[in-house]
Design a protein around this ligand. Sequence first.
Ligand code: 4AD
Ligand code: MG
Length: 426
Amino acid sequence: MYVKDAEAKVGERHELAGWVYRKRGSGGIIFIIIRDRSGTMQVAIKKDKVSEQAWKAANDASIESSIEVEGMVKKDERAPTGFELEAENFKLVHASEPFPITEYQSPELLLDYRHLWLRSQKMTKIMMARAYIFRYAREFMDKNGFFEISPPLITKAGGETGSSLFAVDYFGEKAYLTESSQLYAEAMVYSLEKVYSFAPSYRAEKSRTVKHLAEYWHLEPEAAYFDLDDNMKFQEKLVSSIARKLAKEHEDLIKFFNIEPSTLLDIRPPFPRITYEKAIEILNEKGSKLKWGDDFGVEEERLLTEDQKKPIFVHHWPREIKAFYMPDDPKDPRTVKCADMLAPHGHGEIIGGSERIWKLDELLEKMKMFGLNTENYKWYIDLRRYGSVPHAGFGMGMERVIKWLLNLDHIRDAIPFPRVINRVEP
Ligand code: 4AD
Ligand code: MG
C-alpha cells in the first residue's frame, strides 16, 4: 500500500516501502516516520513484537535509509497523521550514509544538493503537480484534434531574434539550441493542420529573475485557419482546463500549497482582454511613465495583474517590439495581430501568441524591416510559396504556468534540475 491509503486500510495487514524521514526511540520502541511518494506516516517497531533481526535493522536504519515494513494499520490519535503501522517485520533495504541535508539550509546549498533535495515534501508535491499539469495540457491538445509533433532541438537558422541563443559545435559547423519550435510547427501545419510541439526551449538569458530559465518546457500549438480571436479563445480553454482539473482531481495537493480550490475553479473563459494601448494608459494612471513602443517589465506586469483573479490578454502590440512573423493589423498598422497572456498577481507572461504572416511578399518585407538575412530562413520562406494558408499559434511556458498555479516564489522550483545563468549542475 501507499501511505495515503492508511485510512482505508485500518485493521488490515499491509506492507509499506519507503524511506526513513524522521526517527526517534526509547527503550523497547522505535518510532520511524516513513516517507513514500504519497506522504509520511508513523511506523512503530516494538522490540517484543519483532524478530531480533528486524529489531536490529530498525536500530540501524538511519535517516533516508530505504526500508520495507510489514504490519497492522491502526488508528492512533497520537501519531502525526492519526494513523500508524505497527511493525511485525522490518527490512533495511539500504542503510543511508549521513544525509547531507539537515534542517535550515541555505537555498544555494539546496540547489547544490538538488538531486537529494528532490526528496523533500515540497519538491515531491511540486513534481507531482508538474506531472499532472503536463498530463492535462497534453490531454486537452489531443482531445481537441491536435497532433503532437517532434521538432529538432538543434537548429541552424537564427531563430526568432538571433539573440539569446546557445551555440553548439555541430561537427565543426555552428548550430544553436532552439529558442522555440514554432517555425517547425508551422511547417507541419501544411500536412497535419493542427499540431503542437511539447519540448524544451533554450534561452541564453543573462537576466537573473524569478521567472527566467535557460532551459524550459514549451508547449507550442499551431493551427491552420486560426485567427487571433480563435487563438485567444483556444488559450483560455486550455489554461482553464488545466487549472480546473488540477483543483477538481487533486484538492489535497493544491491545499498543500495553501491554494483554495475555488481560486482555480473560477478560472473560466472569457479572460479580460485589453489592447497594448489601453494597458499603457492603465499603467500610466498607476504612476508608470511609459510611452508607445516600450516593452513591459516585471513591475508593469505586476501592476496590470495585481487585482486580477484570472489571467488577462494584452493584444495588438507595436510591430517594432514583436517578432518578424507577426502580421500588421490593417485596422491599426502600428500594431500586429498578437496577444500575450499574463497570469494574475504578477506571475507574468505565461503565453505569447499571434497570427503568422502567410503571404510571401509580406514576409519578405517584414524580414527586411527587421534586418534579417533571408538566407538563414530559406525553408521557412518556402512555406509561403507552396499552397500557403492563414494560421496562428502560441507558446506557453510550462514552468511559468506551474509557478503561477502553485504560487511558487521562484521558477527554478517548477523544474527538477533548473538551468539558470550561474548553474548547470547537478
Ligand atoms: O514569448 P515567447 O518568446 O514566444 C515564442 O517563443 C513564440 N515563438 C511562441 C509561439 O508562438 N510558438 O515565449 C513563449 C512563452 C512565454 O510566454 C513564457 O511563458 C515562456 O515561453 N518563456 C520562458 N519561460 C521560462 N524561462 C524563460 N527564459 C522564458 N522565455 C519565455
Ligand atoms: Mg513573449
